[in-house]
Design a binder for this molecule. Structure first.
Ligand SMILES: [Fe+2]
Length: 135
């Protein structure tokens, strides 16, 4: 997996959320580097744990934001979040059971985040910006 480089195509224009997305990609890049370096299971496991904690906190923040502005797509958005967290926990269990972290898994993490931000997150961001400009 190539290192993910942040660019404006994934920017939402909501500072706190953009900062959190940058940090999320930072964790995925750290995970990728640790796996490539052949760091031990303890170090890699720690990064997976931190990634899951950060993702969970970040998703809660987005959901609070969507709730606060009465975004109509909250329920389906939350479902996508829940599925991703479940997938991350499966990845964690599989790694803890001794399976290697494959390139496919690392690619999946980046692809999912980029796709989710550009599609699902963009829709609540547009909604918030429209509300702001109508106010
Ligand atoms: Fe989201």
């Amino acid at each position: 997996m190539a290192k993910f480089e942040w660019d404006d195509s994934v920017a939402l224009g909501i500072q706190t959320i953009d900062d959190q997305h940058k940090a999320l990609f930072g964790w995925v890049n750290s995970l990728n580097e640790a796996v490539k370096r052949g760091d031990g299971a303890e170090a890699v496991g720690e990064i997976i744990w931190k990634l899951i904690s950060y993702v969970t906190e970040h998703f809660s923040e987005e959901e609070r934001l969507m709730l606060a502005c009465h975004f109509p797509g909250l329920v389906s958005h939350r479902k996508e979040h829940d599925l991703f967290v479940a997938r991350l926990k499966d990845i964690q269990s599989s790694y803890n059971d001794g399976h290697e972290m494959s390139e496919n898994v690392l690619d999946f993490l980046v692809d999912w985040l980029v796709c989710h931000i550009k599609g699902t997150d963009q829709s609540y961001s547009r909604f918030i910006h429209q509300q702001e400009s109508a106010a």
